[in-house]
Structures are given as C-alpha cells and as structure tokens.
Design a protein around this ligand. Structure first.
Ligand SMILES: [Zn+2]
Ligand SMILES: [Zn+2]
Length: 107
C-alpha cells in the first residue's frame, strides 16, 4: 500500500535501524522504544492487522513468529522477552501494517 509507513520502510523508501531482513520479513528497532531493547518484525507483504489474517496467512505468521527467538538472542534478550501484537483501535494499534513488538531488558 503506497501510503503505508511500514510498506515504505520495507521498500527502503524510509530508513530504519535494521535488525534483520530476508525475502519475507523485516525487523527494525522501534523509534519510540518502551524498553532498553525494543524491535518490530513485519511481513514485507502488506496486511493491515491481525484482524485481517486468516488461514491463508498461516505461513507468513509462522515465519514472523519463528524468527523471534533468534533475533531476541542476538539483541541480548536470551534470558527472556515480551512479545506483543496490538490489534485495532481498541487494541492500541498505531500503524496499520501488521507487526510484532519484541522488547525486554538485557541481563
Ligand atoms: Zn503496509
Ligand atoms: Zn505497534
């Protein structure tokens, strides 16, 4: 989607502090971190929110979530971390491109 902030980041049109990238997934540090380590994983394919996902998104959701442990370890969160997916207005979603928040403290 042309007016989507995260699509522009995924396309390289807007810079990000990149954590990881492959053909399907991009991870980058949150610009407004709420913890010492706080990054986001997004699918490069535009999906507005978890509410818009169904069985056809299983593979994409699996790829996103399965990538979290490795990236969390690399970012110093081997002892544990939190994950969050804000969904919809009442769920506190701010950018309408599906993303997983990963955050925690290095120990
Ligand atoms: Zn998007
Ligand atoms: Zn968010």
């Amino acid at each position: 989607m042309s007016d989507c902030l995260f699509c522009k980041i995924a396309a390289g049109e807007i810079p990000c502090d990149k954590v990881y990238e492959d053909d399907d997934v991009l991870a980058f540090h949150d610009i407004r971190p709420i913890a010492p380590v706080h990054f986001l994983l997004i699918p490069k394919q535009h999906v507005a929110s978890l509410s818009d996902c169904g069985p056809e998104h299983e593979a994409m959701l699996g790829r996103l979530l399965a990538r979290v442990p490795q990236l969390a370890r690399e970012q110093g969160l081997a002892a544990g971390f939190k994950t969050g997916i804000n969904t919809g207005r009442a769920g506190g979603q701010e950018v309408y491109h599906l993303h997983i928040h990963v955050f925690g403290h290095k120990v």
